[in-house]
Write a protein that binds this ligand. Sequence first.
Ligand SMILES: NC(=O)C1=CN([C@@H]2O[C@H](COP(=O)(O)OP(=O)(O)OC[C@H]3O[C@@H](n4cnc5c(N)ncnc54)[C@H](OP(=O)(O)O)[C@@H]3O)[C@@H](O)[C@H]2O)C=CC1
Ligand SMILES: CC(C)CCC[C@@H](C)[C@H]1CC[C@H]2C3=CC=C4C[C@@H](O)CC[C@]4(C)[C@H]3CC[C@]12C
Length: 495
Amino acid sequence: MSGVTTRSRSKTKNGNGVADNNGINGVRNGHGAHRNGHNGCLNGFHQNNTHGQEELGSSKMVDWLLNKLFFPVCLIICTPNLVVLFWYVNAYCGGSYGEMVRRLYDGSFVHTLIKIWSGINIVNRFTVGVVFGYMGYAILFMRILPGKTIKGPITPKGNTPIYKDNGFLHYCVMMASFGVLTFVLKMYNMTPTVVYDRFGELIAFMNFFALIFVLMLYFKGKYFPSSTDSGVTGGGFLFDYYWGTELYPRIFGIDVKVFTNCRFGMTVWPLLVCIYALKSYELHGFVDSMFVSTVLQLAYITKFFTWEGGYMHTIDIILDRAGYYICWGCLAWLPALYPLISYYLVSHPVHLGYIWTVVVLGLGLLSILVNYLADKQRQDVRSADGKCLVWGSKPRIIRAKYVTDTGDERESVLLASGWWGLSRHFHYIPEILLSFFWSVPAGFDNVLPYTYVIYLIILLVHRSFRDEEKCSKKYGTYWKEYCQEVKYRIVPYVF
Ligand SMILES: NC(=O)C1=CN([C@@H]2O[C@H](COP(=O)(O)OP(=O)(O)OC[C@H]3O[C@@H](n4cnc5c(N)ncnc54)[C@H](OP(=O)(O)O)[C@@H]3O)[C@@H](O)[C@H]2O)C=CC1
Ligand SMILES: CC(C)CCC[C@@H](C)[C@H]1CC[C@H]2C3=CC=C4C[C@@H](O)CC[C@]4(C)[C@H]3CC[C@]12C
């Protein structure tokens, strides 16, 4: 499926002799001897200051405790339970979190949780057959479908991962296969909506499978890495399990992250949306709220697959390792949470009427367009090396220099006009609005339909901080210059 070509090897130290988190050196640039954006400083702290060193020590300790222990452990404990609770609140609590909380506290919280888990028949012929059957089919097409060979960005250790750009074709084949399967099953008086009826078993199985799979990835990265972008972080087992031990693991030539993120998570999402829409049709006939939500989600996912090559340049691929966060996330969290609104709409059909159908659909499609145009604008300006027009004028750009781990000096174009002049992550606004538009057809009876919107706001705000930390380390003063030019992080004039 994909391979890795290795460029020259070099030590993993930056200009300061200090290995940095991203493996990308601070910038030695025309702005003076600044490294990581701080003259003579490391991470913003002066070294020759004992008091500063103590501060550095204690703040690093707090940072380690929070980011490498507390948050990862909390997520590993809470999210596998949440995945099952998302299903439970729909299936047994009428979609009401209030009712779920009442049931959980009726007796002891842990006892009720154990009762929920033990009531699920997790490993059976159906769950094993559906999950592994789908995976086998997806892997087969991932390998045999044709696609242009594309190069991913050079990794911190100087590797250039190679991908086969067959994501869109794969998506079309999987959706068409679903259509054929539905037709064939119908001939035998069967229906794929059994997935809706037995979703609790399926998601519990995926949960366990993904937890074990991530453990296997941990050992693979530690003892049998696919490339030099691997190894333990020094943060201890729990953090390495959460974060991963490899950037680009490959198993029998299959890129694990491409599989978990794109060929599993992002493909299972539209399949579940179709299954839930079909279930709603079986129960109630045509329902406009389900129609609006389905169309918007499918349009968004289709947009994703037309841009899959661009996704290979995002922090999910270039920064995040294949661990609990990304892999368990895409195998279990994504299928449970992202199509949750459609699951909810099956048992809560709402009649919108023509006007609201058109308004919500129109606003949703507009949000997809703006999000797409913003992503494309940044990509176009970079591929034209800034020699193009943005909104009809010459783009404002910053030519940001940086030094790679291998010691090569490179340059990236940072766009500071168009969508990227409004705020540094303006494209997150249409992303969030869109999630609202595909949820709002459910009405305001319960909070559950807005779970994804709330999660997305948290995820994207956190992501903006993670991304800016990465960019600031990579581009140093150039990033500062960009932040001075474009003052707001996400919402212009507010945040
Ligand atoms: N639904 C969901 O769960 C989520 C959806 N998304 C969506 O995925 C898409 C991509 O996500 P995103 O977070 O943007 O990730 P990206 O990784 O694509 O964007 C950030 C990167 O873009 C580059 N960059 C930043 N500012 C500029 C600029 N001004 N000009 C040019 N390049 C710049 C930097 O990379 P470099 O090092 O190359 O300079 C930076 O690391 C978006 O549409 C987003 O809405 C994202 C997260 C979650
Ligand atoms: C452990 C969990 C609480 C968190 C798991 C998070 C992951 C499942 C998600 C983190 C970032 C997400 C994505 C980033 C960018 C994307 C591009 C967009 O166009 C489509 C969606 C997505 C692929 C999205 C998918 C889920 C994440 C990987």
